[in-house]
Design a protein around this ligand. Structure first.
Ligand code: BGC
Length: 710
């Protein structure tokens, strides 16, 4: 009786524009209890309304709901109970769907760039900015946060990923997702799991043994989920070991919900649901963006008894408890303009911290403003902007795309302008780079040539090869032949090959650097910022050196179902190069600075399953800088693991001459192997080698710890 009265009261209050009320609005109650209290009031149809998106599917008469903000997805709420509409936006490198409002959102550097900062605090800021802007724009779910490994360097979505290393991904992405959810916006981790190439993503089956699965892609998800309590998991388009990800009981129930104790909900990638009963029984909770399988078809299955009502209740409970836990009920979005200045500051910081200096022969960089008299800036539309990745991660360019045609988007942050501002006394000329001969002619007549090159990548297709497209290798070679002071700035979605690397004096990887990318590049080139990014991914010399020299599947067509067999198992990224004794072009963890660092005094000690590593890093050069000090571990031989894995790191800012003692505690999970028979993690007894240094291939310090039998 009382409850009913309360509910009517809520409806009346909502009609008057007042905040919803009801016992579930009591903030002192735990999220699960609050969810139960609302559910007591819900009809079957209301429950069903929450487990699928409100968009129409092909052949369905339902019109698009009018209250949708036009984001990636929309699920109507239940006003009489105060359950808000779900307004969902893509949000991996910024709020991608400013929707019907056509409003401004900050284009941050790509997630891969954020990964290259190796800075967990900055990762938090990155995610927090996305959360804040999403909320300012009226969204309460941000589809941001790719935990897929970069295991295929030609994958068109690598720029949305954070790294090739599961621990680096898990820690960094975990902080970013926490940042988003602290803004009362539900976060999302995607695309679960092993959707590691785009070609044929709707039809291929990624195949891998259980141990490799748990220790590679799933480990990244496990860590990020644990670090962030992220509210939603997006299941992938592709199949895993022959079963669609969105109807895999192993992925959704056995691992995610049981082994990891996940309390949030599983939503499909857009159109990735393939069935009603098998999906629901597998642990799938919400179909997006339509109700093809979880709308009327699900209702019919419930009525026939093909699917238990308890499962529907579990799905709805997961959705509602997450809304309470993240604060969506208590702190609904309050729409107001995004502050572009705050956004630009974060974007610039990430861009500056993420740029990786790959080569600096004869101290060519930093350029000395005032001393340089003439500079040729060449290529990649550097006169108007910097490149952005494509697909659902694409944040609209503020003020429109400064480059007409071609499909790719440039953010309006012109390196040419930023370089001119830095080198006020120099003559700075621009050549589009479309004709290598004309670019070489300009380069021959200037003191320094800076060539901007790009690789456009996008969701939905992989790149055909790791070579720079559009004759840009030829461009760089011709310019380098004409000018001994050639510096290459790379705007790429991931690793590329560099046949010209021995001929240029400098190379700087800036990824897709976002709305302040031009300024950030200029700051680094002229030394007002000392580069401190490190590669979160291996750059191979050639595709021949990859576990799969030839990519499976065909671009641009819908191929017949095929298998991608990841028989390399545990050997992903640098672990493959280490185990196979192959020299990469640039190793994982690599990046130069304008200063130098020295490592000393390693102490590694084990107590139970905990390992503590202590060492000293000293800035031995003349400039202030930051070093990403990395700790790798080699497991006992009987573990059957690749030679070493990253287990900890710290980004250490140091003034010239300064030194610091760094102490890291290694999480026992990071030292573990997955025992398939026992279906659990274990730390093996034996000798562990500990390596410390500035990259996976440059570890100045080495020691040993012994782990006792448990
Ligand atoms: C992508 C998702 C994205 C969704 C909604 C899909 O094509 O794979 O990552 O969140 O579209 O835009």
């Amino acid at each position: 009786m009382t409850k009913r009265l309360v509910v009517l009261g809520t409806a009346a209050m909502l009609a008057m524009g007042a905040a919803p009320s009801g016992p579930w609005m009591d903030k002192s109650l735990p999220p699960d209890r609050r969810a139960d209290l609302v559910m007591e009031q819900m009809t079957l149809d209301e429950k069903l309304g929450l487990v699928h998106g409100g968009s129409a599917y092909a052949g369905q008469a339902t019109p698009q709901p009018t209250q949708s903000l036009g984001g990636a997805g929309f699920v109507p709420g239940i006003p009489r109970l105060g359950i808000p509409d779900f307004q969902m936006t893509d949000g991996r490198s910024g709020v991608a769907n400013t929707g019907k409002r056509g409003r401004y959102a900050t284009a941050l550097p790509s997630s891969l760039a954020a990964g290259a900062t190796w800075d967990v605090k900055l990762a938090y800021e990155y995610g927090a900015l996305i959360g804040k802007e999403a909320r300012d724009l009226g969204f309460n779910v941000s589809l941001g946060g790719t935990a897929n490994l970069i295991r295929e360097p030609r994958n068109g979505r690598n720029f949305e990923c954070w790294s090739e290393d599961p621990i680096l991904i898990g820690k960094m992405l975990g902080r970013a997702l926490k940042g988003t959810q602290d803004q009362f916006v539900i976060g999302n981790i995607n695309r679960y799991a092993v959707n590691d190439q785009e070609n044929g993503r709707m039809v291929y089956s990624a195949n891998m043994d259980k141990r490799a699965l748990r220790e590679t892609d799933l480990l990244a998800f496990e860590i990020a989920i644990k670090e962030s309590d992220v509210g939603t998991v997006m299941c992938a388009y592709s199949k895993l070991n022959g079963v669609y990800a969105c109807e895999s009981p192993y992925l959704l129930t056995d691992v995610l919900k049981k082994a990891w104790g996940y309390k949030g909900w599983v939503m499909s990638d857009w159109g990735a649901a393939h069935s009603t009963v098998p999906s629901v029984l597998a642990g799938f909770d919400q179909e997006m963006p339509t109700g093809r399988y979880l709308g009327d078809a699900f209702k019919a299955a419930l009525e026939k008894g093909d699917a238990p009502t308890a499962r529907l209740d579990d799905m709805v409970h997961r959705i509602l408890r997450t809304e309470f836990a993240v604060g969506v009920f208590d702190n609904p979005p309050s729409v107001h303009p995004v502050n572009p200045f705050t956004g630009a500051e974060v974007a610039q910081q990430v861009a500056e911290q993420s740029a990786v200096l790959l080569k600096n022969a004869n101290g060519q960089l930093p350029l000395r403003a005032g001393a340089v008299k003439s500079i040729a800036v060449i290529g990649s539309h550097a006169d108007v902007g910097v490149m952005s990745g494509g697909g659902s991660d694409q944040v609209d360019a503020a003020g429109g795309n400064p480059v007409a045609g071609g499909g790719a988007v440039w953010q309006p942050s012109a390196p040419l302008q930023a370089i001119r501002e830095k080198a006020a006394g120099a003559k700075v000329s621009y050549d589009a780079g479309t004709d290598p001969a004309s670019a070489a002619k300009l380069a021959a007549a200037t003191e320094v040539a800076i060539v901007f090159v790009n690789q456009h990548t996008s969701e939905g297709r992989d790149v055909a090869s790791l070579a720079l497209p559009d004759n840009q290798d030829e461009l760089v070679s011709r310019v380098a032949a004409a000018n001994a002071h050639t510096i290459v700035v790379l705007e790429t979605g991931g690793p590329v090959t560099m046949p010209w690397i021995d001929k240029v004096s400098g190379a700087l990887e800036v990824w897709y650097p976002g709305i302040r990318g031009g300024e950030a590049a200029a700051h680094i080139l002229f030394g007002s910022v000392n580069p401190s990014g490190k590669l979160p991914v291996t750059f191979p010399k050639s595709e021949e050196d990859l576990p799969h020299p030839v990519l499976e599947g065909l671009a641009g067509r819908t191929p017949a179902p095929f298998d991608v067999n990841y028989t390399e198992g545990l050997k992903t990224g640098y672990k493959w190069f280490d185990a196979e004794n192959k020299a990469p072009l640039f190793p994982f963890g690599f990046g130069l600075s304008y200063t130098t660092f020295a490592y000393s005094q390693l102490k590694a000690a084990a107590s139970g399953q905990n390992v503590t590593v202590t060492f000293t890093v000293k800035n031995t050069g003349r400039a202030a800088g930051a070093e990403v000090a990395q700790v790798y571990v080699g497991l006992p031989a009987n573990a059957g693991e690749p030679p070493r894995r990253l287990v900890a790191w710290e980004k250490v800012p140091l003034a010239a001459g300064e030194s610091k003692v760094v102490k890291v505690e290694v999480d026992p999970l990071y030292l573990s192997v997955f025992n398939v028979e026992r279906d659990g993690w274990e730390v093996l007894a034996g000798e562990y080698r500990v390596y410390v240094g500035g990259s996976s291939r440059s570890t100045a310090l080495a020691g040993t710890v012994r782990m006792a039998e448990r």
